[in-house]
Design a protein around this ligand. Sequence first.
Ligand SMILES: [Zn+2]
Length: 256
Amino acid sequence: MPELPEVETVRRQLEPLVTGRRIVEAWGHPSAKFASAPLAAGPTIDAVGRRGKYLLLGLDDGRELIVHLGMTGQLRLRAAGDLDPYVRAWWGLEGGRVLELRDVRRFGRVGVVAAGEYTSLPTLAAQGPEPWDPALDDGGLWRRLRRSSVPVKTQLLSQRPIAGVGNIYADESLWQAGVHPARRSVTRAEAEQGIANGGTTLRDYRTVDGESGRNQLELGCYGRAGEPCLRCGTELRRSVIGARGTTHCPTCQRRR
Ligand SMILES: [Zn+2]
């Protein structure tokens, strides 16, 4: 699943290639997630933005083309030609190139809305601050996380406390904070010391290529179930929380 740095990398790569290009034709797979893609035909792309893990392509008629890559989505520009069967939507640009969304597992989605009107995309509408937003400082993150009706891991993945947190950053930041992923409350110190490190990690990787940034990231917990905890040596345990595979250290991460 793309994490925020990879989505930001896609945004940066697309921006110079599609800005100023008119969308001359478009197609979307008839399923509800992609069917609105053709509504973007006509105007010119005038900006390529991002909010959390959503790409927001500004259109010069006051609307936005929104693309979420889901688990397996790839947004890429190619020369006109044959479509592969996993392309769920495409937009033909003036000049002949085609912007296409290829998505094998179809967890992605597309929307075309009036700029800033996200009621039809509730997860986008509910995005918390970006990781480098000063609103997260001075207890802001703790106030967003302190009490929840769902496990803290699920709360992090909801994008409401911080925009852009995926499974990797959620597991890593909870491990760093010593917080069991199934807990429903965190202390201010835990939020500030540990979970904020996840935000710092995201912030730092904003400046590098997403793929290599992720490869360079030293993972202490995510994906290491069955291996010893780097802090205490206990075998890291895998569980499922909110339908998502989760790794944690039963010694370091207190259930309280
Ligand atoms: Zn441990």
